[in-house]
Design a protein around this ligand. Structure first.
Ligand code: NAD
Length: 248
């Protein structure tokens, strides 16, 4: 059976590394992106050059109609999804809670919480035996911020990741007897462009001296754990978390 994987927000960073590694392991991969089609096409080209199968599909994970179109495109071009990595997320500039606007809260929760729910719902409709599927695996990309709170910086982002952790546990239980596993990874400080969006492109360099391993992580180091959780090697693992945070 073809293994079909959707990675959301996969034009760069942890998502791109996950798409590339999963393709090497035999998945046909959908590289979802929001705006940067050129970067997504480069990820696809790298996979194809390595002999793998991939497509790039634009969709805003926070919008129901776009998520439904995304899955319909995958049905048509790759087949029924058997694996999902809820990777897409945003953070915004450092802000104390007393200064946060409602618009910002709605944006962050829509992308980081509603998006993963919508993608999981569409995936379950294809994976679940109740819908004629043959099971599957979901990995949610959370953050150590879900445990630590990111006070004075990104409390809203951290709260959205806390929701993802609870979502992971509840969904894992809900579908455990349907051949579907649901797990999460919690990265720490990883070298990606998300920190520039937070107004701090050099954030990992700034904090690394205070981290237990005195370094940030690489996207590939997170991708390896994600792809393992998706794989048959993790066949008895569900509702679990792997911290990729160098000891934080
Ligand atoms: P990134 O900014 O490079 O990747 C996030 C991707 O999601 C981007 O490509 C972005 O365009 C996409 N995206 C944003 N909104 C979207 C939407 N509405 N629909 C579709 N795609 C959308 O950063 P990254 O570090 O690779 O982040 C990947 C995941 O890792 C995120 O869930 C992030 O919260 C998590 N994470 C990262 C770190 C870190 O230090 N880099 C730490 C903890 C958790």
């Amino acid at each position: 059976m073809t293994k079909v994987l959707l990675v959301t927000g996969a034009s760069r960073g942890i998502g791109a590394a996950t798409a590339g590694l999963a393709a090497e392991r035999g998945y046909a991969v959908c590289v979802n992106y929001l705006r940067n089609g050129q970067a997504a096409e480069r990820v696809v080209a790298d996979i194809r050059n390595g002999g793998g199968q991939a497509i790039a599909v634009a969709a805003d994970v926070a919008k129901e109609s776009e998520v439904q179109r995304l899955f319909a495109t995958i049905d048509e071009r790759l087949g029924r999804v058997t694996a999902l990595v809820n990777n897409a997320a945003i953070l915004e500039r450092q802000s104390r809670v007393e200064d946060i606007t409602e618009e910002r809260l709605q944006r962050i929760l829509a992308t980081n919480v509603v998006g993963p729910f919508l993608c999981a719902r569409e995936a379950l409709r294809r994976m679940s035996r109740r819908h004629g599927g043959s099971g599957g695996a979901i990995v949610n990309v959370s953050s150590v911020a879900a445990r630590l709170g990111s006070s004075g910086e990104y409390v809203d982002y951290a709260a959205s990741k806390g929701a993802i952790d609870t979502f992971t546990i509840g969904l894992a239980r809900e579908v455990a007897d349907e051949g579907i596993r649901v797990n999460a990874v919690r990265p720490g400080y990883i070298y990606t462009d998300i920190h520039a969006a937070g107004g701090e492109p050099d954030r990992v360099e700034r904090v690394k001296g205070s981290l237990p391993m005195r370094r940030g992580g690489l996207p590939q180091e997170v991708a390896q754990a994600i792809v393992w959780l998706l794989s048959e090697e993790a066949s008895f693992v569900t509702g679990a978390f792997i911290d990729l945070a160098g000891g934080m």
